[in-house]
Design a protein around this ligand. Structure first.
Ligand SMILES: *Cc1c(COP(=O)(O)O)cnc(C)c1O
Length: 396
């Protein structure tokens, strides 16, 4: 996945354009910047890539989720449905707005189970957030139907799945508003950065203003701009945007490499009867950023994962025992360990986490092993790796 592996002359050239004139900020300073508007250019490049009307760059993927929700009007006391398996950023971004994360079971797609989503809807539910984990996706049609039926905002976090598609559409561009991260380990990196993607003009204008202190961005005198509403600073810098501009032009090249490496590993593992793969919804094509597979039970998954580690098969994850991506280890959330007081509404809203269990999610995550697909591997390296993985799994 990490685009940083192929950082090179193209990235350096874009960064040097910015260094040549020293305008490190994305807004204003038109006279000094010799025509270089890297953030703006990256936004139009991304809009083309996603075939979406609007893209707003921000400072991170976490910021993108908060800005997306805020732009759609999600705030204090609103419930946002999200999966139990995701990155901690999902609930962080929701809670930043004073909203309440409602964690819901996943299915064999490794993201939201539509049935579990529907069962969790209450009068306070405002949005449903699909997180396209590890390069693949959930059942977007089923979620769209549920959101329409209950009049909910449909949000898509495609931070880990750039380049994947569902029924011909780019992941991240399907829901009402989509979010991307360009942090250092994502398929396309800016170092730090993120994007909000939408076809909704109002959401876009809201995101544009909100991510820059509420500035309306009308005219070319920042000091004279008005503030139609309160905002914040989630701006990306020109330096970060410059790196992303070089990287996004290489997206199809990166996805092609991911697909080649993924396919070699998958074909090798597919010969083992005990190994099964995650479900990809009909009409979906993964970004191939990860290969996810299931073993028969928790014990075999733990043993195989240990075997991988001891034999140099790195960049694989057993998320059941991992602190970052699964509800089981999020004690800081369950215990609400906050530096500052949290509203009573959110405290009460999160009470359920003290007792709720997620057997269905455990069923999938306990048995799952997720292997990152690197861009720097040669075909030969992947073949050797595949053989080693097969031997380790067969030994158990
Ligand atoms: C990386 C990631 C984020 C957060 O992105 P940052 O840029 O690191 O803030 C959010 N959601 C998912 C699914 C991610 O993988």
């Amino acid at each position: 996945m990490p685009g940083f592996e192929l950082f090179g002359d193209l990235e350096r050239k874009e960064v040097n354009d910015v260094l040549d004139n020293g305008v490190l900020m994305r807004y204003g300073f038109g006279g000094m910047r010799n025509g270089h508007w890297k953030a703006k250019e990256l936004e139009s490049e991304l809009a083309k890539t996603f075939n979406s009307k609007y893209v707003q760059l921000v400072s991170s993927g976490t910021a993108a989720v908060s800005v997306a929700l805020a732009s759609a009007g999600v705030g204090a006391g609103d419930e946002v449905i999200m999966p139990t398996f995701t990155f901690v950023a999902s609930f962080e971004a929701i809670m930043l707005l004073g909203a309440i994360p409602v964690l819901v079971d996943i299915d064999s797609t490794l993201t939201l189970d539509p049935k579990a989503v529907e069962a969790s809807i209450t009068p306070k539910t405002k949005a449903v957030m699909m997180v396209q984990m590890c390069g693949s996706m959930g059942n977007m049609d089923a979620l769209r139907t549920i959101c329409n039926k209950h009049n909910l905002i449909f949000v898509e976090d495609a931070c880990q799945a750039i380049g994947g598609t569902y029924k011909g559409k780019q992941l991240g561009s399907i829901a009402d508003v989509g979010c991307f991260s360009f942090d250092f380990v994502k398929t396309i990196t800016c170092g730090e950065g993120g994007a909000v993607v939408t076809n909704n003009n109002q959401y876009y204008l809201n995101a544009d203003h909100y991510s820059d202190h509420g500035h309306d961005h009308i005219g070319n005198d920042r000091g004279a701009e008005t503030h139609p509403f309160l905002g914040y600073n989630f701006r990306i810098s020109e330096l970060n945007a410059a790196v992303g501009l070089a990287q996004v032009r290489r997206l199809s090249e990166f996805v092609k490499i991911q697909k080649r490496n993924y396919s070699i590993l998958r074909e090798a593992l597919a010969h083992i009867p005990e190994v099964t793969f995650r479900t990809v919804p009909e009409g979906g094509e993964e970004s191939y950023a990860f290969l996810n597979f299931f073993l028969p039970d928790l014990e075999s998954a733990r043993k195989v994962f240990k075997g991988f580690k001891e034999n140099g098969i790195d960049v694989c994850f057993h998320y059941y025992d991992n602190n970052w991506h699964y509800i089981r280890k999020w004690d800081h959330l369950k215990d609400l360990k906050s530096l500052f007081p949290i509203s009573n509404e959110v405290k009460q809203g999160l009470e359920y986490l003290k007792t709720k269990t997620f057997e269905q999610s455990d069923h999938w995550i306990a048995r799952n092993i997720s292997c990152l697909i690197k861009l720097s591997w040669t075909k030969e390296e992947v073949s050797v790796r595949a053989q080693k993985m097969v031997e380790i799994i067969k030994a158990f």
